[in-house]
Design a protein around this ligand. Structure first.
Ligand SMILES: NC(=O)c1ccc[n+]([C@@H]2O[C@H](COP(=O)([O-])OP(=O)(O)OC[C@H]3O[C@@H](n4cnc5c(N)ncnc54)[C@H](O)[C@@H]3O)[C@@H](O)[C@H]2O)c1
Length: 414
């Protein structure tokens, strides 16, 4: 297919994440949101309208994935359905392309690439067989604070004093926004599979020299820990049931709401460097907090999205509805509150989508592919394995491909 002047993009899924991308699309120059497919026609129409209203593209809802892929105005797919639909969504896209029912220049898939190493390798095989260029959507690697901090630390600190040796990253909030995230058997696990995929890739990114391949850092060992700190307490079990019904029963089938992972890497010079990542659904602060640090012999950097440039104060006499207008997963509406003025930019969506549009137009090489998504999944599964066995594992441990965490099997007891 000859490269079009502008990339026409179709979204699969019309939920929280798709709407974040559409919000960020206002900063994307070379592509348009032209379609949305979701099992709910009403929600697909609403997301398409949002794209039109924001000037992100002349989007319309489609009746099926195959119909959207077949439209010659759609050149690439952004895959933003729930984790449990990943394999069937990829299979439907690849089937349409393989049968000659449509041509695609690219497919970008949200994190996590899948729910296990076996599933991740399977979807990678499907896109390769269909000959579609693939991109892995890990927005935090495009967050301006992470990108700029890494550039400066490596250009100034590492150049003069030697490479960094410790990176830390965390993503924490008070719990996800939809029932399926809480259900280990659907989502693939708990907070570790939902959010550690971000933090583990952020630490690898920070520790990797700009311009060098990710493979220059070799994971040597991995130590994982999971816990249910908040949501299996009786009062919170009740709260979850009231919100989502009996399908989310944390007395019988809890998922972890806290996870920490330490990865030891070997550098090309034979040095040991360490990545520490923490994630939590049991953090009650103003709202979502993304943070990261990179430390070396004579320097350090610190990134924290709640240390915002803007705060607002509302006295106890201010009345209003609960909302997420100050920050994602907001927990309060009064007092001194941090505000993240442009969340889609701060969290990396804008730069991420701009990059993948250009990548699928053939103007730059994809910075993250599904191979990276597979590697992230290998580290996540090794972390679960380590947590279950209560010991540090040499990486890669045996049996990773077939491994399914107890949380995903519905058998985990904290
Ligand atoms: N990068 C990030 O920070 C980030 C943030 C949130 C979610 N995500 C990822 O994005 C994906 C979607 O999450 P979300 O928050 O939008 O969830 P959501 O529950 O808000 O929305 C999911 C959407 O998928 C649709 N859907 C349901 N069944 C489907 C199917 N069989 N095929 C395709 N679509 C289907 C739903 O109708 C809904 O529109 C997940 O993989 C999640 O891990 C990433």
């Amino acid at each position: 297919m000859k490269a079009p002047a502008r990339l026409g993009v179709g979204f699969i899924g019309s939920g929280f994440n798709t709407r974040f991308h559409i919000q960020g699309w206002q900063g994307v120059r070379d592509g348009d949101v032209r379609g949305v497919w979701s099992p709910s026609a009403k929600n697909a129409a609403s997301a398409a309208k949002l794209a039109r209203d924001l000037g992100a593209g002349d989007a319309r809802p489609y009746r099926s994935i195959a119909e959207m892929v077949a439209d010659p105005d759609i050149h690439a797919i952004w895959l933003c359905g729930p984790n449990q639909a990943r394999v069937e969504n990829v299979a439907e896209i690849c089937d349409a392309v393989t049968r000659g029912k449509g041509e695609l220049r690219g497919i970008a898939c949200e994190k996590p690439l899948a729910r296990s190493v076996a599933e991740a390798k399977h979807v990678l095989k499907l896109v390769r067989q269909a000959g579609i260029t693939h991109g892995y959507l890990e927005n935090q690697l495009f967050s301006p604070g992470i990108v700029r901090g890494r550039e400066l630390i490596w250009a100034r600190g590492a150049k003069s004093a030697g490479r960094p040796y410790l990176a830390r990253a965390a993503e924490e909030h008070s719990g996800p926004h939809n029932a399926w995230f809480w259900q280990g058997e659907k989502q693939g696990g708990g907070v570790l599979s939902d959010m550690m995929c971000h933090s583990i890739e952020v630490v690898r990114f920070l520790l990797t020299e700009p311009g060098a391949a990710r493979s220059t850092l070799r994971p040597v060992s991995i130590d994982g820990r999971i816990a249910s700190l908040k949501w299996s307490r009786p009062a919170y079990v009740k709260q979850l049931k009231a919100r989502y019904g009996n399908d989310v029963d944390y007395a019988r089938r809890p998922s972890e709401d806290f996870a920490s992972v330490t990865v030891s890497y070997e550098t090309p010079e034979g040095l040991t460097v360490i990545g520490e990542a923490t994630t939590s659904w049991s953090f009650v602060g103003p709202g979502l907090r993304l943070s990261g640090e990179l430390l070396g012999p004579e320097y350090s950097m610190n990134w924290n999205t709640l240390n915002s440039e803007l705060t607002c104060f509302f006295s106890r006499d201010v009345q209003g509805n609960a909302g997420e207008d100050l920050v994602e997963k907001q927990n309060a509406e009064i007092g001194l509150m941090p505000v993240v003025p442009d969340e889609a930019a701060t969290y990396g969506y804008v730069a991420e989508d701009r990059h993948f549009v250009r990548a699928f137009l053939g103007r730059e090489a994809p910075l993250l592919t599904w191979q990276d998504g597979v590697e992230v999944m290998q580290m996540l599964m090794a972390a679960y394995m380590s947590a279950e066995q209560g010991r540090t594992l040499v990486f890669p441990p045996r049996g990773l491909d077939a491994f399914l965490p107890a949380v995903a099997r519905g058998t985990w007891q904290p």
